[in-house]
Design a protein around this ligand. Structure first.
Ligand code: G6P
Length: 372
């Protein structure tokens, strides 16, 4: 088993450090020399996909947060409305779907029963079903019209890390492919992002090459009872994922919020010493979002919060209000989740380790939940 962990103490740690490869492998072979996406393994025709006028994403747990990132990306790039539904809620909300609806399931294992039942229901409604999955030959891709595999490699640790990055990458590929099929300026814009995506694996490696400060901060916080996470736009699902990781691995009460929601309730939770992670959008994010999140940091700091800030290199506007800053390289705003989640994964891993817990097999959880 030590060899399988590649010298790391746990599978989860190995899988975190496998992430540059997981993203690179998921991108590999999916674009041609001209820089256009080519999805030969999709099992669904360009005509059928080009006719899609609505996308519904179904997934559970971490995969559902990848789905939330996908909503921002697909709507922005392909201008097709996207809804995200927890797979176990999908059937019960009397979903609207027909042959122009693409129901995208996201599942690492391909065996999650809740997700499988949602796919079957979508099929019965006459929708097109596409599976984003990490496990070849598993049930969900077999029951779907189309499949887009993530190539993250086998994920052993119960808490998902590299599969999550693979899922986000596959969602980007799907969104960009839908944009490419639309042609014109959609396709031109997509092409730029496809090129930019190729640089992301080395940026992930950059972040992971120096996580010593995150580890230190996590070790100091072994007695912490509650941690909050704030993000906006694509940072919002990452805040939720950061909180989920901490619940799963360190059994700490953790909550992720959309930063704009702070003033509508959660700010009442801020008291002196409360640790709050804040994911700061890049300074070039449209609509002044960056400045709004920096104001949020200021507001909670003024109320005594201990602010743990994830921000782009060179973004000095946060320094004054941050107790800690974890840096990520510059990317276009939509691609940030592949970087901002990294310190949060390491934080949960290290805090769990500091508490002496079983990182790979947290209590009460299963890698794949095959019952409803
Ligand atoms: C379980 C795991 C989670 C995972 C979820 C969905 O609850 O503990 O880590 O995100 O299932 O799994 P899937 O295989 O469908 O991605």
């Amino acid at each position: 088993a030590a060899a399988e962990k590649g010298g790391y103490a746990t599978y989860m740690e190995k899988e975190i450090f496998d992430q540059p490869q997981a993203v690179a492998d998921t991108l590999l072979g999916r674009s041609n020399a001209a820089g256009d996406l080519q999805l030969d393994d999709l099992r669904i025709s360009e005509e059928q996909l080009a006719a899609v006028d609505r996308v519904t994403i179904v997934a559970c747990g971490t995969a559902a947060y990848a789905g939330m990132v996908a909503k921002y990306a697909i709507e922005h790039w392909a201008r097709i409305p996207v809804e995200v539904s927890l797979a176990h809620e999908f059937r019960y909300c009397d979903p609207i779907a027909d042959e122009k609806t693409l129901v995208v399931s996201i599942s690492q294992s391909g065996e999650t029963m809740d997700t499988l039942m949602a796919v079957k229901h979508a099929h019965d409604l006459g929708a097109l079903t596409l599976s984003i999955c990490n496990t070849h030959g598993s049930t969900i891709p077999r029951e779907s019209d189309a499949v887009l595999y993530t190539h993250a490699g086998p994920e052993i640790a119960v808490a998902s890390t590299k599969a999550f990055l693979g899922q986000i990458t596959a969602c980007y590929i799907l969104g960009l492919y839908l944009a490419q099929l639309k042609g014109g300026s959609y396709a031109d814009d997509a092409k730029q992002v496809i090129a930019e995506l190729q640089d992301v694996p080395s940026k992930i490696a950059d972040v992971l090459s120096d996580v010593s400060r995150v580890r230190e901060v996590a070790r100091f916080m072994a007695d912490t009872r509650s941690v909050l996470f704030l993000g906006r736009h694509v940072g919002y699902p990452i805040a939720m994922e950061g909180a989920l990781k901490l619940k799963e691995l360190a059994y700490i009460h953790a909550e992720g919020f959309a930063a704009g929601e702070l003033k509508h309730g959660p700010i009442a939770l801020i008291e002196p010493g409360q640790p709050v992670f804040v994911i700061v959008p890049g300074p070039d994010t449209p609509h002044g979002l960056h400045g709004k999140v920096v104001s949020n940091i200021q507001e909670i700091r003024a109320r005594g919060a201990r602010t743990l800030v994830i921000a782009e290199e060179g973004d000095t506007s946060v320094d004054e209000f941050a107790d800690e800053v974890f840096r990520i390289p510059h990317t276009s705003p939509m691609l940030q989740p592949l970087l901002t989640v990294l310190p949060l994964q390491v934080f949960a891993l290290e805090l769990s380790t500091a508490k002496g817990l079983d990182v790979d097999q947290p209590r009460n959880l299963a890698k794949s939940v095959t019952v409803e």
